[in-house]
Design a protein around this ligand. Structure first.
Ligand code: NAD
Ligand code: AKB
Length: 321
């Protein structure tokens, strides 16, 4: 039986996608890889983990051969704020890495999951009910790599018959691993700071509206699109998916339902604010709903309740050590 290779597996998504895939397909069939060294606690013999730099084509070829890989979840990338700080590196990792993944998939007949983003849209995209097919002229290097990635995946599907699939994820909220240098990181930080300190200084303006999603829904989207029947997929590489459209102020209000004294002040970071201002406010994800029955489970209230209780449990566990 073939296995599933995850690149960038130690990041915000990979830290939860790997356990979810292992629960579904078996621990030893999911190979967690990252540029960072996998911690020894996670590297037990029955939980295969490996070092892999996706910009090194040879490392990918060796891993796919060694582990008999049939599917690659390609998560390794620089996120929007990190990418803007190092655009040349972002191109090298985001595009060079994806090209290597697609080439190895072409050579060995692997399926590929590629996570695109709301970052693949730009200021000239319609901001509300953003259609599945619309103007994509992003102004951040991250967005340039995401829209180029969508196109490259389409090309490999039509030209070489590689089974590439993907979704355009919104900002993800989660409590297992810290977010890795994105514009929407403020949402995660707000929950963590609410539980730990009762206050947070937000780097995005109070009224900036963006799509967000709780991690359990994002994991479902990533697994569901890979399991969908190929003949149902009209837009295989880049389905809009969303769960809620929120602002820093609405998240803070939702947190105050549980922590009434929570205080938020604002010190806006112009770079991340400009990126946020260039993104849609609310995606239309009806194509994903129609084609593969996409339906998120968590709205803002449900996510807030779950996030706060998980973070409180984790904090209590740390304090009791
Ligand atoms: P992250 O920054 O948390 O994790 C990325 C991982 O990639 C890190 O563990 C890093 O060590 C690794 N990495 C970096 N360079 C590498 C290289 N050369 N080779 C191998 N590994 C390398 O990112 P994430 O939030 O887990 O996002 C994963 C993917 O999902 C990215 O493509 C991102 O653009 C996309 N995405 C994420 C979000 C989100 O809110 N988290 C939203 C939309 C799209
Ligand atoms: C980021 O903010 O860069 C990511 C994303 C929405 O792609 N969270």
């Amino acid at each position: 039986m073939s296995s599933i290779l995850v690149t960038g597996a130690l990041g915000q998504i990979g830290s939860e996608l790997v356990p979810a895939l292992r629960a579904r397909f078996g621990t030893n069939r999911v190979i967690a890889t990252d540029l960072r060294v996998v911690p020894s606690s996670a590297a037990a013999a029955e939980s295969p983990c490996d070092h892999l730099d996706c910009t090194e084509a040879q490392q990918l070829h060796e891993a796919v051969r060694r582990y008999n890989v049939g599917t690659i979840y390609h998560l390794a990338a620089l996120l929007s704020a990190s990418a803007e700080a190092a655009p040349q590196l972002a191109w090298c990792v985001n595009m060079g890495g994806l090209y290597n993944v697609l080439e190895v998939a072409r050579a060995y007949g692997c399926g590929v999951f590629f996570p695109s983003s709301i970052g693949a849209f730009g200021p000239s995209t319609p901001k509300d009910a953003t259609p599945q097919v619309t103007i994509q002229r992003p102004t951040s290097i991250y967005g340039v790599t995401k829209v180029s990635g969508e196109l490259l995946c389409d090309y490999y599907a039509s030209r070489f018959n590689v089974d590439t699939r993907g979704v355009r994820l919104p900002g993800l909220v989660s409590y297992v691993a810290a977010p890795g240098g994105g514009t929407t990181d403020y949402a995660v930080e707000m929950f963590i700071h609410a539980v730990r300190y009762g206050r947070y200084t937000c780097f995005i303006q109070a009224g900036t509206r963006l799509d967000m999603m709780y991690m359990p829904d994002a994991l479902s989207a990533m697994i569901q699109v890979m399991e969908a029947k190929a003949d149902r997929l009209r837009y295989r590489n880049a389905y809009n998916v969303t769960a809620m459209s929120v602002t820093p102020a609405t998240i803070a209000d939702a947190i105050r339902q549980h922590i009434p004294d929570f205080v938020v002040d604002y010190e806006v970071d112009p770079v991340r604010q400009a990126i946020a201002d260039s993104w849609p406010r609310a995606l239309d994800d009806s194509a994903a709903r129609e084609d593969w029955s996409w339906a998120p489970q968590f709205d803002l209230q449900a996510m807030t309740k779950d996030m706060l209780s998980r973070l409180q449990d984790r904090l209590a566990a740390v304090r009791s050590r």
